[in-house]
Design a protein around this ligand. Sequence first.
Ligand SMILES: Cc1cc2nc3c(=O)[nH]c(=O)nc-3n(C[C@H](O)[C@H](O)[C@H](O)COP(=O)(O)OP(=O)(O)OC[C@H]3O[C@@H](n4cnc5c(N)ncnc54)[C@H](O)[C@@H]3O)c2cc1C
Ligand SMILES: NC(=O)c1ccc[n+]([C@@H]2O[C@H](COP(=O)([O-])OP(=O)(O)OC[C@H]3O[C@@H](n4cnc5c(N)ncnc54)[C@H](O)[C@@H]3O)[C@@H](O)[C@H]2O)c1
Length: 467
Amino acid sequence: MTRIVIMGGGPAGYEAALVGAQHGADVTLVESDGLGGACVLYDCVPSKTFIASAGARSAFRNGPELGINTGDGPIGVELPVVHGRVKGLALAQSADIRARVQREGVRIMNGHARLCDDAPGLAQHRVAVRGADGSVEKLAADVVLIATGANPRILPGAQPDGERILTWRQIYDLPQLPEHLVVIGSGVTGAEFASAYTEMGVKVTVVSSRDRILPHEDADAAAVLEDVFTERGTALFKHARADKVERTAGGVKVFLADGRTVEASHALMTVGSIPNTADIGLDKVGIEAGPGGFVPVDRVSRTTVPGIYAAGDCTGLLMLASVAAMQGRIAMWHALGQGVQPIKLKTVAANVFTHPEIATVGISQQAIDAGEVPARTIMLPLATNARAKMEGLRRGFVKLFCRPATGVVIGGVVVAPVASELITPIALAVQNQLTVEHLAYTFSVYPSLSGSITEAGRKLMRHDDLD
Ligand SMILES: Cc1cc2nc3c(=O)[nH]c(=O)nc-3n(C[C@H](O)[C@H](O)[C@H](O)COP(=O)(O)OP(=O)(O)OC[C@H]3O[C@@H](n4cnc5c(N)ncnc54)[C@H](O)[C@@H]3O)c2cc1C
Ligand SMILES: NC(=O)c1ccc[n+]([C@@H]2O[C@H](COP(=O)([O-])OP(=O)(O)OC[C@H]3O[C@@H](n4cnc5c(N)ncnc54)[C@H](O)[C@@H]3O)[C@@H](O)[C@H]2O)c1
């Protein structure tokens, strides 16, 4: 029986454990915190739960326009209830995952795992597990999966104190909403929290080292979000690198590299993550970490050392829970001799949970504009969609990209309140190489936002006829 040791119980680790157990392997999963990993306990699940509360508050904004009276004062936020719900849901999901993994016959060990081979180049590997009481157990393994995830990056001049200078993992302990929150970093994490706190009625300032919010996302989508921020009074400092953050009598002061300063009541640091790879014995097996400390892997999750695989955020491939889980499963299928398809990042659907949401799949507009990929494109503003008008939605759009000659769908972007749901038909088309004709002939419900997707298909199809 193949002995598998998995280091880390996030989506990469626990999904791999389930596959290993399903294929009859002897699987041990070592986790130093809780099952579900940082994803379930501190990052993805808590943030999306918090954002759900923020969204519930924003739902009242259109009330008067739609003839619904929501009273004169602002809509209140019961923060202890919001935070209690966030933490409760995270713990419950972690417990569900633990129970499921245990039910499948996986041995779960609580402790810190470290590779401890006597020398690099051995066919079998060993993992030392240090428990909370200091005891150490050494496990022999035919296959090891490194799935240790990542932690918030800390700026040397901005040490989080959990009170005023915060990482995104500390905000759920705040007793009250900040009076004025400065969010440092405008990647996906920064944008999501800036949007959520804005929707909660908090004054927010975003400090972005780049020329815009969401520098890695679709530029038109980011422009919509910037418009929304402007409308809601959320300030955006561009080309602004934070050097340090200091506590003041009443809050925090952020010092920007160009000499400007920003004062606020609280600072939220969202300047990226660093992989948990420093103390896991990579040197013992001869794995050299790549730039930024990430473990280099190929598309079937192999490291440079036979028998040792890596998956998830510690590889830095694409820091998403869905990608982590798929990398973990692929590692197990490969290790256990199952037929396996290498991971294809071009078919990954992703969503930024701002208000409105921004969902993407496939080839980006940027790659098309740069001439890297030939494509025909269409962008339909939601303002032309009948359902959007009924709902009072003015912002947002659907973009669709297809191959010039064949009309095969190669990507798309949706900006809408529920873009995370609307992207699926486009993702389905990209994954299965469907054409704009397939979309055009698909019945969408009338009236519906997804009608804009089938209409985009029709618009691109008509181009075909004219070619
Ligand atoms: C604020 C935020 C929101 C996000 N929202 C989304 C989202 O909406 N959708 C999405 O797809 N992705 C989201 N992500 C990304 C997603 O959380 C990560 O991609 C995902 O957590 C990666 O899973 P993982 O298994 O690699 O690592 P993790 O979830 O980090 O799990 C790794 C686990 O390994 C454990 N560990 C570390 N070292 C050791 C060791 N030596 N021994 C034993 N155990 C160890 C850790 O305790 C941890 O529990 C978000 C990220 C952030 C920061
Ligand atoms: N909805 C989701 O799926 C979701 C949500 C959150 C995070 N994630 C994933 O997690 C990963 C990390 O995202 P992230 O946003 O946490 O990190 P990131 O590294 O993508 O963004 C951090 C940003 O902070 C900026 N920055 C760094 N130092 C700075 C400084 N001193 N001053 C001002 N700005 C500074 C960087 O330029 C960068 O734009 C991404 O791959 C993302 O997709 C996904």
